[in-house]
Design a protein around this ligand. Structure first.
Ligand code: PLP
Length: 405
């Protein structure tokens, strides 16, 4: 086809506010390096290199053979909605019904659909920084005003200051995005912090998106949800995903769980956007939640082993300090000293030099928002979900040699 010049200057003004998930850019650069024959150690993307459990895959094939290949209800098949309501409710000590669940093609669509449903242009939305970049992108794209709140490093890991959020919340603040069990830092709130946050939500009459993508990716203790606190269930929409727990990132299956009024609108957005989530994939989701749970337990066991090895290797590097979170499959070490010693001030230049010289591919602070004023450390994010233990050791040994040279 002959290529034609098209004038793009007339596109919608909102397009200029649309951000992206630049971890995919790091992934593309790593793929290009690998295609050039370089050995690459992939720590950049929160994807898993493990197979989806066999019983789940088989359920999908069975559903295709049973002709679950046509349109299905816009909110999802009742069997899956019910399984999600039960599972999410049970894990949070809450009672949800089918009406509280709208099945989605992944967890990510819940972010945009929640904002489309609850945010007016000009409304202020509190969101975490560093944080999953899609929050800031979508808030801006839809004409909202993003108000970042900072995750800071403390002696025992990363967290945010509820007082600082309270100071940032004003009369136009309508929404809070909370990603407790946090990407990229692995930070999580204490029960006391969640209580203070619930008070703040009530005081400012906020609605909350609880992005709980990593609720079940946990090695010690038990996860808590803001939605479980008194008065919160009716204000919180939980983002649920099958991606991480069941190694199903590419299947695209997730859900929004929350108050019926909001969920109904989100389902109407499903009608407008994709009609329904892939029909036979939903049957795989039913199997994931109701079938044998040995495989997801094994996924967690493998991840935990990788976490321990990766943290040990990173902490063995001079000028690198790394907390070991009990949740997520990310490590977020402070590499400030090592970076400075090698003469780097720019994150992207540093990341590219590391990739070029060692093959280690990871994300940096810049992939998760803008450095906050007064932020002291310099951080990288290592995802250990897509790389085997031996490769973790080999890659991080190379990184050590490069940084200590
Ligand atoms: N929320 C957070 C914090 C994430 O890290 C991710 C994926 O990395 C998602 C949501 C979306 O995941 P998915 O769309 O695969 O369910």
């Amino acid at each position: 086809m002959e290529s034609q010049q098209v004038d793009l200057s007339g596109l919608a003004a909102r397009v200029s506010h649309l951000g992206s998930e630049t971890a995919f850019v790091a992934a593309a650069e790593a793929a290009a390096a690998a295609a050039n024959g370089q050995k690459v150690y992939p720590f950049h993307l929160g994807d898993l290199n493990m197979a989806t459990p066999e019983n789940i895959t088989e359920a999908a094939f069975r559903a295709v053979r049973d002709r679950k290949t046509g349109y299905c209800p816009n909110a999802g098949i009742p069997e899956l909605r019910e399984s999600i309501a039960l599972d999410v409710g049970r894990a949070r000590g809450l009672s949800y019904g089918v009406d509280n669940v709208s099945v989605q093609p992944g967890g990510k669509p819940v972010i945009g659909k929640f904002l489309l449903t609850t945010m007016n242009p000009g409304d202020e939305v509190l969101f975490p920084n560093p944080g999953f970049p899609i929050y800031e992108s979508f808030i801006g794209f839809l004409g909202g005003v993003g108000v970042p709140y900072a995750y800071e490093e403390r002696a025992d890991g990363f967290g945010f200051d509820v007082e600082a959020i309270a100071r940032a919340a004003g009369t136009r603040t309508r929404l809070l995005i909370l990603n407790d069990l946090h990407n990229p830092t692995g930070g999580e709130c204490s029960p006391e912090q969640l209580e203070s946050l619930a008070d703040l939500v009530l005081e400012h009459d906020l609605l909350v998106l609880c992005d709980e993508a990593y609720f079940d990716v946990r090695y010690e203790g038990s996860s808590r949800s803001l939605a479980s606190l008194p008065g919160m269930q009716e204000r919180c929409v939980v983002l649920y995903t099958f991606s991480k727990k069941f190694a199903m990132t590419g299947w695209r299956l997730g859900a929004a769980i929350g108050p019926k009024g909001i969920i109904d609108v989100i389902t109407t957005l499903n009608v407008n956007c994709e009609s329904c989530t892939n029909h036979f994939v939903q049957w795989a989701g039913v199997e994931a939640l109701t079938g044998d749970q040995e495989a997801p337990r094994e996924i967690l066991r493998v991840l935990r082993e990788r976490r321990d090895v990766a943290a040990r290797c990173l902490n063995a590097i001079d000028g690198v300090r790394c907390h070991i979170p009990d949740v997520t499959f990310y490590l977020y070490p402070d590499v400030g000293e090592a970076m400075a010693r090698r003469g780097f001030t720019d994150y992207e230049a540093f990341r590219r030099a590391v990739l070029k010289n060692t093959g280690v591919s990871m994300c940096s602070r810049t992939h998760f928002g803008h450095e906050a004023p007064g932020e002291r450390g310099r951080y990288l994010r290592f995802a250990y979900s897509g790389i085997e233990v031996e490769q973790i050791e080999e890659g991080l040994d190379r990184l050590k040699a490069f940084l200590e040279r």
